[in-house]
Design a protein around this ligand. Structure first.
Ligand code: ADP
Ligand code: MG
Length: 237
C-alpha cells in the first residue's frame, strides 16, 4: 500500500459570482516538502490557502490531508489536524510581549508549564530570545513577522502556510526569513506564497505558478523562472 501525500487537492474550485478564483486545481505535497506558490495579483493564491484551511468552502473538488477528506471541515478542525497559517492580516497581540504571544498560542494545546517550555524553544529556534520581553507593537516590521511565524509554530502544525511572509521587508530581513523557513522545513512541510523572486530563489525547490485560478506550470525553480509563459503573466500579457 502506498501512503497518501500529506496534502492533496483534486479539481479544487471556487467561484465568486462570475469569477472562478480557484479553477480545478490538482495539487500534491509530500511530507516535509517546501513548495513555493507564485503568480500575479489576483491569481487565486490567498483564496487557495483559504480553501485549504476551511475559511472558504469549495464550489467543487476536494482537499485531502493524509488521504482524509477535509473539504468543508471548519477552520478549527483543520487547525487541530495540523495545518497552520500565517495570513496577510496580522494575528498577534500588540500590547503583549513576544514571549506572552508565543505562550498564548502554545496554551491552546498545552498546560501552562509546557506552553512556557514550547515558547522558549520557539524563541531559540527563531532567534528571538533577545526581544522576548518587548511588546510586539513596538517591534520593527520584520521582527513582528517572525513573531507571527512563531505563533503558528506554537500550534505545532505539520503543514504551515505562509502568505507573503517577506512582504515589506528589508533585504537583510528577507535573507533571515529565508533562513528561518529552511530551518522550519527540517521538520515541517510548508507552502509559501511570495512575490519577491530573490526570496523565492533563496528557498525554492519546486515552484507552482497560479494564473487566473489555474496551475500554469509546476517545475523546479530554475525552469519556472526561465519559462516564457511565466514572464508573460507577470508582465500582464
Ligand atoms: P492573490 O492572493 O493571488 O492575489 P486572491 O486569491 O486574493 O488572489 O484573489 C483571486 C480572485 O478572487 C481575485 O479576482 C479576487 O478579486 C477574487 N476574490 C477573492 N476573494 C473574493 C471574495 N470573497 N468575493 C469575491 N471575489 C473574491
Ligand atoms: Mg493574496
Amino acid at each position: 500500500m502506498t501512503t497518501p501525500p500529506l496534502l492533496e487537492t483534486s479539481n479544487l474550485t471556487i467561484r465568486f459570482g462570475g469569477v472562478t478564483a480557484v479553477n480545478s486545481v490538482d495539487f500534491s505535497l509530500k511530507e516535509t516538502e517546501l513548495r513555493c506558490l507564485i503568480g500575479p495579483n489576483g491569481a487565486g493564491k490567498s483564496t487557495f490557502f483559504k480553501l485549504l484551511t476551511g475559511q472558504l468552502r469549495p464550489s467543487e473538488g476536494h482537499v485531502k490531508l493524509r488521504g482524509e477528506d477535509i473539504s468543508g471541515s471548519l477552520p478549527h478542525e483543520i487547525a487541530r489536524r495540523g495545518v497552520g497559517i500565517k495570513t496577510q492580516v496580522p494575528n498577534v497581540f500588540n500590547a503583549m510581549t513576544v514571549e506572552e504571544n508565543l505562550w498564548i498560542a502554545a496554551r491552546h494545546k498545552h498546560t501552562p508549564a509546557f506552553a512556557s517550555d514550547l515558547a522558549e524553544e520557539i524563541l531559540t529556534q527563531l532567534r528571538l530570545t533577545g526581544i522576548a520581553k518587548r511588546e510586539v507593537g513596538q517591534l520593527a516590521h520584520g521582527q513582528r513577522q517572525w513573531v507571527e511565524i512563531g505563533t503558528v509554530l506554537a500550534g505545532e502544525p505539520e503543514l504551515i502556510l505562509l502568505d507573503e511572509p517577506a512582504a515589506g521587508m528589508t533585504h537583510e530581513e528577507v535573507e533571515r526569513t529565508a533562513e528561518l523557513i529552511l530551518e522550519i522545513n527540517r521538520k515541517r512541510a510548508l507552502i509559501v506564497v511570495e512575490h519577491d523572486m530573490q526570496f523565492i530563489k533563496m528557498i525554492a525547490k519546486t515552484v507552482t505558478v497560479l494564473h487566473q485560478g489555474s496551475v500554469l506550470i509546476e517545475e523546479d525553480v530554475a525552469t519556472v523562472l526561465q519559462d516564457p509563459r511565466v514572464r508573460d503573466v507577470y508582465l500582464g500579457k
